[in-house]
Design a protein around this ligand. Structure first.
Ligand SMILES: Cc1ncc(COP(=O)(O)O)c(C=O)c1O
Length: 466
């Protein structure tokens, strides 16, 4: 350690170089290939015995890594549901690293109080009652896991068994879902509930939306003493919203835990004409959302909210004499998977403080308008088929004159102009374009439309004369 203290580059000099490099990277977001589809392998080699120093490490980063990064923070990265980092969120994230706080427990820093405030602001942003709080997670996957762990505890207690203390022996739990995101299936595997044991509820016609009557039939037929229902507010391809009010009523009647995956769909609460799709979400027992999607906070940043925070803390309690257990503020280590974690709340605090409700809503509105514009163009083009109506920020389509959708998409992404991801819609190979970046402008949509005009032609990409 002493050598680090004695030999390092003066910090202001180093950080000035880092700032320069960061700005250079951000300045190229619009011009660098959106996806880096051919990064060279990292050179094999031994761990350096004596390091090269910070300035040389930065130079190596600039040479070996920076040129091969994607522009996933930029305006035409429309894969998955990826939000770029807004300026305020980026500032907060840099300062979170500078301060290097661990908000795991209270008593030595304001960090847990900031997390508590951010959770309350998020609750207000999404129009949820004051009974909801929770913790910031690494993403929607871990938030879904927390929902399942709480549901498992709830179901165990209904059978007189404290699962967190005594394990699953003798506990019976049925999990019911119509269109669970793959991350929930992973959560089921991690929670010992079995990803293959989900009772599949039917979907409505041409939709990923849960058929409430089928859920009712399954619940009535079930003799399992413990039940968890996984519902969706914004499915990943169709952006379908379950009828949460009806599902919540059934869950109450059948003593089932209701977890809602609203990773990006929760942001519909900011849209006057779409917020009714979330009607009933306030009756959910737990909710997942993501800040690194539509809140445009850097990775990794997820949101878990529940009306049963005491149950959450019972499941995740960290019993140890050297770890504090009480005090006026929550000990967030008792509310999440990690004991120690970064000051995730700070970038959210910056973003919400700097832009407020109107700023966040503005991004969501713009992205929905941009998605509609692309969908309308595709629908009118003879070269494409729009596979599902565009309701929110996702456009699902396929080229009409190219049989291999995946190969066509690879070629499209290799142009470096745009990045989209594959999907399936009603069994058919599809392309998904998801809008969730604050910096996407209408000109970006037009630029991609021009590219698609070319790419839709049957001879697109063929060498001349073939
Ligand atoms: C509906 C839904 N749930 C969960 C996830 C997983 O999110 P994360 O990658 O943040 O864990 C996603 C990611 O796209 C999603 O769309």
């Amino acid at each position: 350690m002493s050598s680090l203290r004695e030999k390092g580059t003066p910090l202001p000099r180093l950080l000035a170089r880092v700032l320069e490099t960061g700005c250079e990277f951000l300045d190229t977001l619009d011009s660098r290939p959106v996806a880096c589809t051919a990064a060279p392998p990292m050179p094999a080699g031994d761990l350096p015995q004596s390091g090269c120093g910070e300035i040389d490490a930065l130079a190596l980063f600039r040479r070996r890594i920076m040129p091969y990064l994607s522009a996933s923070a930029g305006p035409r990265y429309w894969g998955f549901v990826t939000g770029g980092a807004s300026p305020a969120a980026l500032a907060g994230d840099w300062l979170a690293a500078v301060a290097d706080q661990n908000p795991a427990s209270s008593g030595d820093s304001i960090a847990p109080a900031v997390e508590l405030q951010v959770l309350d602001w998020l609750r207000q942003l999404f129009g949820l009652p004051a009974s909801f709080t929770g913790s910031l997670t690494s993403g929607a996957t871990s938030a879904n896991l927390l929902g399942l762990l709480c549901g498992r505890q709830f179901a165990g207690l209904a059978q007189g068994i404290d699962v967190a203390a005594g394990g699953m022996a003798g506990v019976h739990i049925e999990v019911l879902a119509a269109s669970p995101h793959a991350s929930s299936l992973k959560g089921l595997a991690m929670a010992g509930l079995g990803r293959d044991r989900v009772v599949k509820v039917a979907c409505e016609a041409d939709s990923e939306r849960m058929q409430v009557a089928d859920l009712e039939r399954h619940l009535a037929a079930s003799d399992s003493p413990g039940k968890i229902v996984l519902a969706s507010a914004g499915t990943v391809t169709g952006t379908d919203f379950d009828d949460l009010a009806a599902i919540a009523a059934l869950c109450r009647a059948h003593h089932a835990w209701l977890h809602v995956d609203a990773a990006f769909g929760l942001f519909a609460a900011l849209l006057q004409e779409r917020r009714q799709w979330l009607r009933g979400i306030e009756l959910a027992d737990s909710i997942t959302s993501d800040a690194h999607k539509w809140l445009n906070v850097p990775y990794d940043s997820g949101i878990f909210l529940t009306r049963h925070v005491a149950l959450l803390e019972a499941v995740l309690a960290v019993p140890s004499p050297y770890l504090p257990a009480d005090g006026p503020l929550p000990h967030f280590m008792n509310r999440g998977v990690e004991n120690s974690r970064r000051f995730r709340a700070l970038p959210l605090w910056f973003a919400l403080q700097a832009y407020g409700r109107d700023g966040v809503a503005g991004v969501v509105e713009d992205n929905c308008r941009q998605a509609s514009r692309l969908a309308e163009w595709l629908d009118a083009s003879p070269d494409y088929r729009l596979l599902a109506p565009c309701r929110l920020n996702v456009v699902v389509f396929r080229p009409e004159r190219h049989a291999g959708v995946d190969v066509w998409l690879q070629k499209l992404n290799a142009t470096g102009e745009v990045f989209m991801t594959p999907g399936r819609w009603r069994g058919e190979a599809a392309v998904r374009a998801a809008f969730s970046n604050w910096s996407t402008g209408d000109a970006d949509v037009q630029r991609v439309i021009e590219l698609l005009r070319e790419a839709g032609r049957p001879d697109w990409g063929r060498p001349p004369g073939c």
